[in-house]
Design a protein around this ligand. Sequence first.
Ligand SMILES: C[S@@+](CC[C@H](N)C(=O)[O-])C[C@H]1O[C@@H](n2cnc3c(N)ncnc32)[C@H](O)[C@@H]1O
Length: 283
Amino acid sequence: MTTRTALLRAFAAAFAEKGLEAPEREARALLRAGLGLSDLDLVTRGEQEVAPVDAARLRALAERRAEGEPLARLTGRREFWSLAFTLAPETLVPRPETETLVEAALALFPDRRARLRLLDLGTGSGALLAALLSEFPAAFGIGVDLSPGAARQARENLAALGFATRSSVMVGHWAQALAGGFDLVVSNPPYIPSTDIAALEREVREHDPLLALDGGPQGLDAYRALASALPGLLVTGGSAVLELGIGQERDVAALLAAAGLRVEGPARCDLAGIARALVARKP
Ligand SMILES: C[S@@+](CC[C@H](N)C(=O)[O-])C[C@H]1O[C@@H](n2cnc3c(N)ncnc32)[C@H](O)[C@@H]1O
């Protein structure tokens, strides 16, 4: 028999050896997720024994983590906006910086009881749509994804979170199958320039789906499609909130303005100070 603390130390040492950035924190997170524990459990009951079958399972997970597989992929779970999401191989792991879009949306619509019609283009796990539905209890939202696997997972996540009757998820190429009438359109599209994909961190490059990352030669392909669709999707006075890749604000703002939208710049920054959520309104 081994203890929680002994496993924690062994995993932290193995992660450090493999060059993981925060080995102790990673080891803690793996034990928490693998045994369903809180941080307090780990601190105050570290000497508790771990059953051999659980220890073997955790060691196998730790080996995969040491080889660069992200924890969210190992557990198949990730939190976003304090909501729990199940991941599929076809879904991006939702990122904390994407929460900046939710903050921007909340600033745009101060009345939480508004009966908003929401659209999330490239919904992935359904993270953005679910976060918005959790904040606007009278809203109805549609999610679209080109990947059938992602759309299926988003549908399941929305249902598990209690939003089945206020949401619908469809497979499609952006908004091609949709008509207008939306108060708010959000999107975190693929925006990495194709030539930069090979240089991404291994954890992203090998474990997030290419369809969720590759934004074409300059990273702007999806924004072009979105800019041309948005005027037809939004009600007059309706808004779009788009996630930006690093350094894309000017180019994306120009595409939106050229499509006849009023860009309400500057973009809202994420916690790292990167311009992340760009708002545009249909005049
Ligand atoms: C960066 S991920 C964002 C996922 C999720 N919204 C999030 O923020 O975690 C982009 C998503 O767009 C989807 N996608 C890529 N091309 C698409 C297209 N032409 N039409 C619809 N969705 C597309 C991908 O499958 C992926 O789920």
